[in-house]
Design a protein around this ligand. Structure first.
Ligand SMILES: Cc1cc2nc3c(=O)[nH]c(=O)nc-3n(C[C@H](O)[C@H](O)[C@H](O)COP(=O)(O)OP(=O)(O)OC[C@H]3O[C@@H](n4cnc5c(N)ncnc54)[C@H](O)[C@@H]3O)c2cc1C
Length: 463
């Protein structure tokens, strides 16, 4: 008689955080488990009430270009549950006990797990001046969640002066939203606008902001807000006061990793550093904005971007379910747009930042080239500026930054591909790229920019 053996209990997987990284991981583990035959019981705990939404779309809801936050939702809670996930909202995990394999949940029973995926993302930086006596000032808000998107869509439709605090990508995108709503906009930043870019690129963006009517105040410090009845009326800088019915706080984010603060697993930035399979320590996986990202050169950077969160989540999901997928690293690509009407700027970068060049054997040669996005005789032709940096000795491409009109920005992907494969400035200058007058020049401007760096290196060598 054949002996009956009971099926093993399913592996209890707990995913904390139900947005890009968490839900990419959760769905990938279900897909992979079907292939590997691994039995999983997947619980997803989400502190908020939203899941699988594009935070990247928030500025476009705020501007009115996208009608509703519903359009930002890629998959609804019902769709997740129908796929087999036990998704619970309003479930904030306060502490993860790694020894007892137990997650404590605010106001609810602790959840036991065999494997945990930390996908808690990041929190917006909210300085003390955003609250009075611990109560957030009405009208002073971040742009981080779907609720924030609704708030900004509603507020910007009511009119009144807007101050955007923060000159990063989100600050620039929210300034565009407010200009599109026809409002008076001031953008205040403590350093330069888009300070991760070279000054000459930032200067083009500042000129574009000003042309669109945005008052730009750089190198400024916010001292506080003025409010009446808890509602913001103005923002105080060191030397002036800006009237404000709305203050957008876009000062970056910080990893939401309090639940692991006791573990000694956090890097100095407060983020996790998972290995290339997405594992932090055995049974503890992590992906998304709660993590740093390793560059292909081996540097850890805090780069909270959706593009990494989705990929890293998929890697974790595959591996939790018995597959073997590796996150191959990043090269530092990013893009944004400021296009509120008559002004249209696309701004993009890839490669290491100048400040990250710490290896004394690397000698960056930098050339800034100006050209057009299409043949000069075509109506589509718009100005474009490209800054290319390459190492003098190895000729390896180090970074490329682009600012320009329609079609300028996604040119960065060509440079990113060269960086990805460790290519040189000559590879970029001579690779086979497409050409037709409405979309490029016969000598593609990105290739001219690379060629000029190659020529500079050759010329300097002959001196
Ligand atoms: C306005 C804006 C524009 C952006 N534009 C771009 C862009 O153009 N390109 C790009 O690549 N990226 C962009 N990003 C970044 C991108 O949205 C994030 O990188 C991405 O959302 C990160 O996904 P995540 O799942 O790691 O984290 P999050 O989206 O932050 O999700 C984490 C989830 O975990 C939950 N959570 C946190 N702590 C707990 C806890 N203790 N218990 C339970 N649940 C918890 C949170 O409620 C949240 O739902 C933008 C972000 C913003 C805000």
């Amino acid at each position: 008689m054949a002996s009956e053996s009971a099926a093993p209990d399913p592996v209890r997987v707990l995913v904390v955080g139900a947005d890009a990284a968490g839900m990419s991981a959760a769905h990938q583990m279900l897909r992979t488990a079907r292939r590997t035959g691994r039995r999983l019981a997947v619980t997803v705990l989400e502190a908020g009430e939203d899941t699988s939404y594009s935070a990247c779309g928030i500025p476009y809801v705020a501007s009115g270009e996208v009608d509703s936050t519903d359009e930002l939702v890629a998959r609804t809670a019902d769709e997740h549950r129908a796929a087999g996930l036990d998704l619970r909202f309003g479930a904030r995990v306060t502490h993860i006990d790694l020894d007892r394999r137990l997650a404590e949940v605010a106001g609810a029973e602790a959840v036991a797990f065999d494997e945990v995926v930390v996908a808690t993302g990041a929190r917006p930086v909210m300085p003390p001046w955003t609250s009075v006596d611990g109560v957030p000032v009405d009208g002073v808000h971040a742009a981080k969640t779907l609720r924030d998107a609704d708030t900004w869509a509603r507020r910007l439709a009511t009119g009144g002066p807007v101050v955007v605090v923060g000159g990063g990508y989100i600050g620039v995108e929210m300034a565009e939203a407010a200009v599109r709503r026809g409002l008076d906009v001031t953008l205040v930043t403590r350093s330069r606008v888009l300070s991760s870019f070279a000054p000459e690129i930032s200067a083009v963006v500042v000129a574009g902001l000003r042309k669109a009517g945005v008052e730009v105040v750089e190198h400024a410090t916010v001292e506080g807000v003025e409010a009446s009845d808890g509602v913001v009326r103005a923002l105080r800088l060191a030397d002036r006061t800006l009237p404000a019915d709305h203050v957008v706080v876009a000062l970056g984010v910080t990893p939401a990793t309090d639940l692991l603060a006791h573990t000694g697993l956090l890097s100095p930035s407060g983020a996790l550093r998972p290995d290339e399979r997405g594992q932090v320590v055995p049974g503890v996986w992590a992906a998304g904005d709660c993590c740093e990202v390793r560059s292909r050169d081996g540097f850890w950077t805090y780069a909270p971007l959706g593009t990494h969160a989705n990929k890293a989540g998929r890697v974790v999901g595959e591996n939790v379910a018995g597959g073997d997928l590796r996150f191959p690293g990043m090269v530092g690509s990013a893009i944004t747009r400021f296009a509120p009407g008559p002004v249209h700027l696309e701004i993009a970068r890839t490669g290491i930042l100048d400040v990250q060049v710490t290896d004394p054997s690397v000698d960056p040669v930098v050339v800034v080239t100006e050209g057009t996005t299409a043949s000069g005789f075509m109506p589509e032709a718009a100005p474009i500026m490209i800054r290319v940096s390459a190492d003098r000795t190895t000729r390896r491409l180090l970074s490329v930054e682009i600012v320009g009109g329609p079609g300028a920005g996604k040119r960065i992907d060509t440079a990113a591909a060269v960086l990805w494969y460790g290519g040189t400035v000559d590879d970029l200058a001579w690779m086979d790229l497409s050409y037709a007058p409405p979309v490029a020049t016969a000598w593609e401007v990105l290739q001219i920019a690379a060629r000029r760096v190659a020529e500079r290196i050759d010329r300097d060598a002959q001196r």
